[in-house]
Design a binder for this molecule. Structure first.
Ligand SMILES: [Zn+2]
Length: 267
């Protein structure tokens, strides 16, 4: 059997470059263009949601240029000099996170940061997740809620999601009827957020927290699900970590002055 030794191919290419530099460039350009077209056709993405571990695993292949863009976005989110950096240490264990784990956190944040209205609408709606929970859960009950994928999430997560853009809560009555589907007034307007930002001096409303208000969640002090109104007097911008506590039944919120609150752990 006749085979061409690898070194001969290398020498042949090199000779080509020396004898015909423009031809070699042209061939490389053609080769790359072919590879790019093939890369676009070979793109795929596989996602597997696991409700037991509450994680999504994924494998994907995208063309190199988009892959490098993704890497740059993750690097930007991982910049330790940003005002609200991703913690490189696991708060539970105190262990330093690996580069892969940090990138995973950045990817999750990237998904959360995609602004509403920038993606194509499907069925007349923005790409949203509908979370179905019953009224008792919304009012602080312990029953799990369900995403429109069929996966279940904890009641705490469901209540937090119900206050966030890109998520529509479907609240069910005792006999399973939909009581409320994404009440518009539940969300504060851009102007209201801006006013809160000014009132809070640009940071989270929780005393002593310096995380920027621009990335915070708008929180109803008198909880919306308990009849709270979506007006300025009742809203504060709270960073994501503090929002978890502000909603938690173990914590009580004290109003200090407009736009400023203190969290107390219940005894
Ligand atoms: Zn905060």
């Amino acid at each position: 059997m006749l085979t061409t030794p690898v070194c001969c191919v290398g020498i042949a290419d090199h000779l080509d470059e020396v004898l015909d530099p423009h031809g070699a460039d042209r061939r490389l350009a053609v080769q790359l263009a072919r590879a790019e077209a093939l890369a676009a056709r070979r793109a795929f993405c596989r996602l597997r949601h696991d409700e037991t571990t509450q994680t999504t695993d994924g494998v994907f292949r995208i063309p190199l240029v988009q892959g490098v863009r993704l890497q740059r976005m993750l690097e930007a989110l991982l910049n330790p000099g940003r005002p609200d950096p991703i913690d490189p240490v696991d708060p539970e264990t105190g262990v330093r996170l690996s580069a892969e784990e940090l990138r995973g956190r950045a990817l999750a944040e990237l998904v959360d940061r995609i602004p509403k209205g920038t993606l194509p609408r499907t069925g007349g709606c923005d790409p949203v997740v509908v979370v179905t929970l019953d009224l008792a859960t919304l009012l602080g009950g312990l029953k799990a809620a369900r995403l429109d994928t069929g996966d279940v999430v904890s009641p705490g997560t469901a209540r937090r999601l119900a206050a966030r853009c890109g998520i529509i809560p479907a609240v069910l009555g005792s006999s399973g009827e939909v009581l409320d589907l994404g009440r518009k007034a539940r969300l504060f307007t851009k102007k209201q957020r801006l006013a809160m930002n000014v009132q809070q001096g640009g940071v989270c409303a929780v005393e002593g927290c310096a995380r920027p208000a621009a990335w915070a969640d708008a929180h109803h002090l008198h909880q919306w699900q308990h009849g709270g109104r979506t007006d300025l007097a009742d809203g504060v911008l709270v960073c994501r970590p503090h929002h978890t506590y502000a909603d938690h039944p173990d914590y009580r919120v004290e109003r200090l002055r407009p736009g400023h609150i203190r969290l107390h752990r219940r005894q």
